[in-house]
Design a protein around this ligand. Sequence first.
Ligand code: ARG
Length: 370
Amino acid sequence: MRHLAVLAALLAVAAAGPRERRQANGDYQVCRAGAGVCVPYYLCSDDTVITDGTGIIDIRTGSECANFLDVCCTNPTGPVTPTPIPPFVSTCGTRNYNGIDVRIQGFEGNETQVAEFPWMTAVLKKEVVSSEEINLYLCGGSLIHPSIVLTAAHCVHNHAAGDLRVRLGEWDTQNEYEPYKHQDRDIASVVIHPGFNPGNLHNDYALLYLQTPAELSRNVDVICLDNDLTILNPQHDCLVTGWGKDRFGKKGVFQNVLKKIELPYVLPGQCQDALRTTRLSKLFILDPSFLCAGGEAGKDSCSGDGGSPLVCLDRTKTQYVQVGIVAWGIGCGTSNIPGVYANVLYGYNWIVNEADKLLAGPVVDYWNYQ
Ligand code: ARG
C-alpha cells in the first residue's frame, strides 16, 4: 500500500513539472545505498499513523539528499544501483534563475534566489576580538577565475593581503542553512591598479589572488569578462547585486539575503550632465574609467555595495558579462542621478594582464569565454 501510494505520488510529481526534483540524467537521486530515493518530504509518508516520525523522515542534518527539502524514502520500485551524480561543468556568467534545487516563493522585493548569482563574493576583513577571529564585511566582489576575485580598489587598498578573506557561494550572511556550503578563502596577494586615485576613485580596480583556488560548483562559479563594447548599451539587461544598505544614511540597514536590482546603463555624456547638477558642480568631468547605471528613483546600489559587480546579459542573452564595479554615488537612489561604477570594459586589458601574471604565465584562451 505504502509503496503504491509513493509511486502514484512520484508519478504525479513527475507530471507536475516545476516541482519535480530530478538529477540531470532524469532519475531521482538515490540514497541509502540504492534502497531509497530522495523525494520532497510530503511524498514520503505511511499509512500507519506515526506520531514521532520514526523511520519516515531523515532529519535534514546529515541527510544524503542534495536538496534540503527532500527526504530519503524507500524506493517503491526496489533497490537500484546508484548512478554517480554528474560532475559540475563551469560556464561563466550563468545565472541560476530559479535558485538551486528550490525556488523560494513570496519574494516581492529584490531578494535573490539561493546561488542565483554564483560569482557573487563577499570581501571580508579578519579581525581578532578578545582572542577570537571574526570576519567583518568590507565589500562585494566577483569571482573571475577560480583563483581571482575582482573588487574595487577603494575597498582593499588600505588592507594587507593577510588580513583579507573572501567568502564564495554565500547567500544569507546570517544563517547557514543553504543546501550548498559557502567557501572561505584567504588572500595571498592584492593587486591595485597603478592609476587608482583614492581621492576621486579613478581606476577603482583591484584583484585578490586566493591562497587556494575555489572549488567551482553549483553555488560557486565565475562571471564572464569581455571587451566587447556593444554590451554597454542602454537596452541591455543589466543588474547589480549586493549585501549593502537599503538606503543612504544612518537609517539604512545592511542586507542579510543577497539583493539584486535591475538598472539601465546610462551613456557617459548623459551621466556627466546629471552629475553636474549635484554638488559636484558643472565643471565635473566623468573619467573614462567610470561608467554609470541607474538614475531611477529608489533603484541603486548603496553604501556597502562597493566592489560588487554590475553585470549585463551578453549578445546571446544566455550569459552575464561583468561591466562595472560599484564605486560611488551622490546619495543613493535619487531620481536622475545614476550610480557610478568602475568601467570593467575600460579596465579589461589591465585586469586580464594582471590576472595572467598572477596565474604565472598566460593562460591561453581562459578569458575568451565563448
Ligand atoms: N562607496 C560606496 C561603498 O563602497 C558605494 C556607494 C554606491 N553608491 C551609489 N549611489 N550607487 O560601499
